[in-house]
Ligand binder design. Structure first.
Ligand code: UTP
Length: 307
């Protein structure tokens, strides 16, 4: 397995977080509350992502936001009045929670005026990278990946094999129609596959594998040029996968790391609810009571449905 951090090799500095989407699968909540601020237990998804980016050693978080989603950036401000009030009232642990997002890493706002697609959102981040950065990370705040150090291995693979590295998770073959599915070849590295193509939402019989894309990318800077050369796809949106596909066709190395841990999709209620249950059960404060409650709820449900 490639996972050693070689201090002499370049490391990821900037993580781009596209957060300018419309969140239509979460309406009506997202009429006024950005999807990225919906809490998992008590912490917004965007803060979990900032924690993950800080944990892999990045120091800048480029958050792509929409004009009507300013609250996403506000979450990373210092809130001195709130901190002062909480501390004056002896609420130190709450004060620490308020301060956490502000202290993690340096947030930079990148505005996407219109939701023209994930590819368009990532393309806008070109202006915030420094000349020294040959690659950068992308973390989708919809996707929670545990343990939260998957990108460490992805950067190590980039340093060894070059090009871009994506994260894949295994799903049952009958679910492949929901995802971008990788067409892969084996490599000599344990848990690393070479990507030879990608198929968007194929029928299970046509799926080239059961490894699907999840929201973590280590992208070579060449992606920006590829994004300028693709044309909008479904719904007039610029698709990131089309640009990655173009790089593959042009012979650029693209690999996937196969993720062994858990993945939660916070982008729709069907994934958001189990994520809250999972995090809730593991919470020292809420876990024990939640476990008892859940067992009761399930027992009642089973009795009602005759299961
Ligand atoms: P999604 O397609 O899952 O998010 O994009 P969405 O468009 O907000 O959700 P639905 O489909 O309407 O429910 C994945 C990520 O890319 C961002 C989203 O905010 C999300 O984090 N995104 C998407 C952008 O930043 N800009 C876009 O134009 C589209």
């Amino acid at each position: 397995m490639v996972n050693d951090r070689d201090e002499a090799s370049p490391w990821v500095k900037t993580v781009v977080v596209p957060a300018a989407g419309m969140g239509t699968r979460f309406l009506p909540a997202t009429k006024t509350v950005p999807k990225e601020l919906l809490p998992v237990v008590d912490t917004p998804g965007i803060e979990l992502i900032a924690e993950e980016a800080a944990a892999v050693g990045a120091d800048r978080l480029a958050i792509v936001t929409a004009p009507n989603k300013q609250e996403v950036m506000r979450h990373f401000e210092a809130f001195p009045d709130l901190v002062e009030t909480l501390e004056a009232r002896g609420k130190q642990s709450q004060s620490d929670k308020v301060k956490r997002a502000h202290s993690l890493l340096h947030p930079i706002a990148v505005e996407q005026e219109k939701p023209l697609g994930l590819g368009h959102a990532v393309g806008l981040a070109e202006s915030v990278l420094t000349d020294e950065e040959e690659f950068f990370g992308v973390m989708l705040p919809d996707d929670i990946v545990l343990p939260n150090n998957a990108m460490e291995q992805m950067v190590a693979v980039r340093n060894k094999l070059g090009g871009s590295v994506l994260l894949a998770v295994e799903v049952p073959r009958e679910q492949t129609f929901n995802y971008g599915v990788f067409d892969i070849e084996a490599t000599e590295e344990d848990g690393v596959k070479k990507v030879v193509g990608m198929v968007e939402k194929p029928e299970p019989a046509d799926a080239p594998s059961n490894l699907v894309a999840t929201g973590r990318y280590v992208l070579d800077k060449k992606i920006f040029d590829a994004l300028r050369r693709i044309t909008p796809g479904k719904g007039g949106e610029l698709q990131l996968t089309d640009a990655i596909e173009l790089l593959i066709q042009e012979g650029e190395p693209v690999h996937v790391v196969v993720h062994e841990g858990t993945r939660h999709d916070l982008g729709n209620p069907g994934g958001y609810i189990p994520a809250n249950v999972d995090f809730g059960l593991r919470s020292e404060v809420y876990g024990p009571a939640l476990y008892t409650q859940l067992k009761k709820i399930i027992a009642n449900y089973e009795a009602e449905k005759g299961l």
